[in-house]
Design a protein around this ligand. Structure first.
Ligand SMILES: *[C@@H]1O[C@H](CO)[C@@H](O)[C@H](O)[C@H]1NC(C)=O
Ligand SMILES: *[C@@H]1O[C@H](CO)[C@@H](O)[C@H](O)[C@H]1NC(C)=O
Ligand SMILES: *[C@@H]1O[C@H](CO)[C@@H](O)[C@H](O)[C@H]1NC(C)=O
Length: 332
């Protein structure tokens, strides 16, 4: 072997090692966890929030126009960013989409589309250095909420900045026979806010992606194995931090277009819904049981009542079919 051949081999090995190390770093999201890359918490503004919309299906693009337009015209929104999770979508489409959404928007907040670094569902919660606000809204590309309710949700969050605030809630419950957790809906209480619309402090992105040591690393791995449940894990993180349950609000008008990944693009009608729903609930219950196991505790807490915006800014709670003024104690 000549010297030049040897040097060539060494260089090749060295660069492939570099590449492997680099892509592992990308996958694990480590570089997102470097605090020096992120703005100081104190520097984040509190009068507005950033909207992070999960985008996946090109058939949703018309709805995306409507939704980004509504957020972008809200005075409380600093920026609207579509996090595109479908790796098959060509870059040109995303560039066009970004442009189209911006020029068609009636609002002032900038709209952009960025591709997720990997197909992991955990990517939705990566901390981002371009987030300039203390709060973020994590939402899906199929939820249309009226502007006033959006502002109302933000006001409620400002009064409860440690808690998750949302529009759709579920519950956990222990199945005493099997000693496993069930994912369910209770008529009077809830412990889980869904990412269809989840308003929360930006810091939770960091705690989810970078905090909790070895046990959270295992929990994030479960998300990738199950291809599900990242929203439930975020509820674990928030409840673990605060010791409190989330806050549910009622919107004046919400339109849920359904989930394209579940029903092939058309949310208005679904076939075999009941058996699929049952399987969905089972898998979500399994996630709760697994998270409990790897984290070694069950931090989820119940909340009661729902904040509704009826008399101006006054929050009202729906309790047993009656509307009563919400004492904030109800949520703590
Ligand atoms: C962007 O707008 C152009 C012109 O209306 C249209 O032809 C194209 O399909 C749009 N692309 C996307 C990705 O929305
Ligand atoms: C839960 O809170 C404890 C105590 O503050 C902390 O040490 C741990 O890392 C947290 N776990 C998660 C999953 O956030
Ligand atoms: C959804 O499906 C229904 C019935 O198949 C159809 O009438 C409707 O136009 C579809 N909507 C969309 C948005 O594709």
């Amino acid at each position: 072997m000549t010297t030049s051949q040897l040097i060539f081999i060494i260089l090749t090995v060295a660069s492939s090692h570099f590449f492997i190390a680099f892509s592992l770093r990308q996958l694990s999201g480590d570089h997102h966890c470097d605090r020096s890359n992120l703005p100081a918490q104190k520097a984040l503004r509190t009068d507005q929030f950033t909207v992070l919309i999960n985008g996946y299906s090109e058939t949703r693009i018309p709805i995306l126009h409507t939704i980004t337009g509504i957020y972008s015209s809200s005075a409380s929104v600093a920026a609207v960013v579509v996090l595109w999770g479908n790796p098959k979508t060509p870059t040109k489409t995303l560039v066009d989409l970004s442009h189209n959404l911006s020029i068609s928007s009636p609002g002032d907040a900038p709209i952009s589309v960025i591709r997720q670094p990997s197909s992991s569902l955990n990517s939705r919660f990566l901390p981002r250095r371009w987030i300039s606000t203390r709060a973020v809204l994590i939402c899906d590309d199929d939820i249309e909420i009226d502007r006033k309710s959006n502002e109302f949700a933000f006001n409620i969050w400002r009064n409860n900045p440690e808690q998750l605030v949302g529009l759709f809630a579920r519950s956990h419950e222990l199945d005493l026979t099997s000693r496993t957790w069930i994912y369910t809906v209770h008529p009077d209480r809830y412990s889980i806010i869904l990412t269809k619309y989840m308003l929360m402090k930006t810091e939770y992105l960091y705690l989810y992606s970078c905090g909790g040591g070895e046990s959270m690393a295992k929990a994030r791995l479960i998300i990738d194995e199950m291809r599900n449940c990242e929203d439930i894990l975020m509820n674990f993180v928030a409840a673990n931090t605060t010791g409190l349950g989330p806050v549910l609000i009622g919107a004046k008008r919400v339109r849920d277009w359904g989930d394209a990944r579940n029903d092939g693009g058309n949310g208005s009608t679904a076939v075999g819904l009941s058996s699929r729903k049952k399987d969905h609930r089972k898998r979500r219950g399994d996630c709760i049981t697994k998270f409990h196991r790897v984290l070694g505790k069950m931090p989820l807490r119940y909340s009661y009542g729902k904040m509704v915006d009826s008399i101006g800014e006054q929050g009202l709670c729906e309790k047993g079919g009656k509307l009563v003024f919400c004492d904030q104690q109800n949520f703590k």
